[in-house]
Write a protein that binds this ligand. Structure first.
Ligand SMILES: C[S@@+](CC[C@H](N)C(=O)[O-])C[C@H]1O[C@@H](n2cnc3c(N)ncnc32)[C@H](O)[C@@H]1O
Length: 225
């Protein structure tokens, strides 16, 4: 499956849906609001931002989450650098990414930076205002254990666990925990029991909190200091 490009259908206008996983890349209702609720608020952002803060993500997809966090960083006005690292097994074609991101005009200037870098095949892209993105290609089960970094906040954004079980395997979630700084956090839209148990077994304090939209619960996790 490694190195396979993403294959898409489109639903509700311009929401990309994976043909491989039969699941949408973001909420059909309001992708932006979902990202803010689950991934920003779920990691207590922007309040924790500081120079050198590092956000990591499983599942880069369209880049929407990374653009939203870069936008929040710029609005927060923290000086210095925000590091963004995202892991992706099935890179999306730039034209598809452009179509998906066009639904979010508020992100257009930053999306243009992302797309310019993506079209050139860049692995590192300057998203502006000190936000620096690195996308690590390949199956995260192989690439994350080899990663040298540690994140302050994780966005766990695989497709639904039943459709994309590889991205929720206990060994991978243990690797997430091992790549989290003390006091660092992780958030995900799913409240699946096996995901919460795997994060807890990896040493994180796990809580279930209200989810976005029709999802009753989501999961937040924190690595003790
Ligand atoms: C729900 S989408 C992510 C949406 C994305 N965060 C966004 O802002 O558009 C899930 C992503 O996980 C990726 N993925 C699935 N299995 C993977 C694996 N084993 N390793 C790395 N990425 C994987 C998919 O290709 C897809 O891009």
């Amino acid at each position: 499956m490694q190195d396979q490009r993403a294959r898409l259908d489109w639903r509700a206008g311009d929401v990309p849906v994976s043909r491989q996983y039969e699941d949408p890349y973001f909420s059909l209702d309001d992708g932006l609001a979902e990202t803010r609720h689950v991934f920003l608020e779920g990691n207590d952002l922007p309040g924790r931002f500081c120079d050198g803060f590092h956000v990591a993500e499983l599942g880069f997809g369209t880049g929407l989450n990374m653009l939203v966090v870069a936008e929040a960083w710029a609005a927060h006005g923290a000086p210095g650098t925000l590091h963004l690292t995202s892991f992706e097994a099935h890179p999306m074609d730039a034209a598809d990414m452009a179509r998906a991101l066009a639904a979010f005009p508020a992100l257009a200037p930053r999306a243009a930076r992302l797309l310019a870098g993506w079209e050139n095949g860049a692995a590192r892209i300057d998203l502006g205002d000190g936000a620096r993105l690195a996308v690590i290609a390949g199956d995260a089960r192989q690439t994350l254990p080899r990663w040298q970094g540690r994140a302050d906040a994780w966005f766990l954004d695989g497709f639904a666990p039943a459709r994309n079980p590889e991205l929720w395997e206990p060994a991978l979630l243990a690797s997430v925990a091992a790549h989290t700084r003390p006091g660092g956090t992780a958030a995900t839209y799913t409240a699946a029991g096996h995901v919460r148990r795997a994060l807890a077994e990896a040493g994180m304090d796990v809580t279930r909190t209200p989810g976005y939209g029709r999802k009753r619960h989501m999961t937040r996790a924190r690595m003790p200091q």
